[in-house]
Design a protein around this ligand. Structure first.
Ligand code: FES
Length: 147
């Protein structure tokens, strides 16, 4: 192997490595990961006395790949709806002081039955079923399932 061949080989592999180091991350970024969607019929949403529920009045739980908003309307009155706004798919929140579900994106509002009452959302939120599972005499665990 003479010097010219060695330099050509070195430059060729260097350029090839440079191209690969740029192209590979770009392709990985553009290709979504293959994550199997969870086939879920119910999820445990935590204890009845969850500090987040007591403080903010709501929490977001994941029902497979779908976010679900779990509300504490009163002592043992829990409600759950799809947390995806029916307008443009933003994640909704809960305004405890106004007792309404709201969407920050465009000011959409829903009542505690999930009905769209103000703003641009065209449809109500999809309801989920909430069950309280008792351990002992008091309900202690919240289970959310498809309605
Ligand atoms: S996305 Fe919720 S109001 Fe527009």
């Amino acid at each position: 192997m003479n010097r010219r061949t060695l330099i050509n080989w070195f430059l060729g592999t260097s350029i090839g490595a440079l191209v690969l180091s740029v192209v590979y991350p770009v392709l990985r970024f553009m290709t979504p990961p293959k994550i199997a969607e969870a086939n879920t019929n119910q999820v445990e949403a935590g204890p009845v006395n969850d500090p987040q529920l007591l403080e903010k009045g709501y929490k977001i739980v994941h029902f497979g790949a779908d976010p679900v908003i779990l509300l504490k309307a009163s002592d043992n009155d829990f409600r759950a709806f799809s947390a995806t706004c029916t307008h443009l798919d933003c994640i909704v929140g809960y305004q405890k002081e106004k007792t309404q579900i709201y969407c920050n994106c465009h000011g959409g509002c829903y009542d505690l039955q999930g009905r769209n009452v103000a703003g641009p959302p065209p449809r109500p939120l999809t309801p989920y079923k909430v069950n309280l599972v008792a351990k002992g005499s008091e309900p202690s665990l919240i289970v959310v399932s498809k309605a």
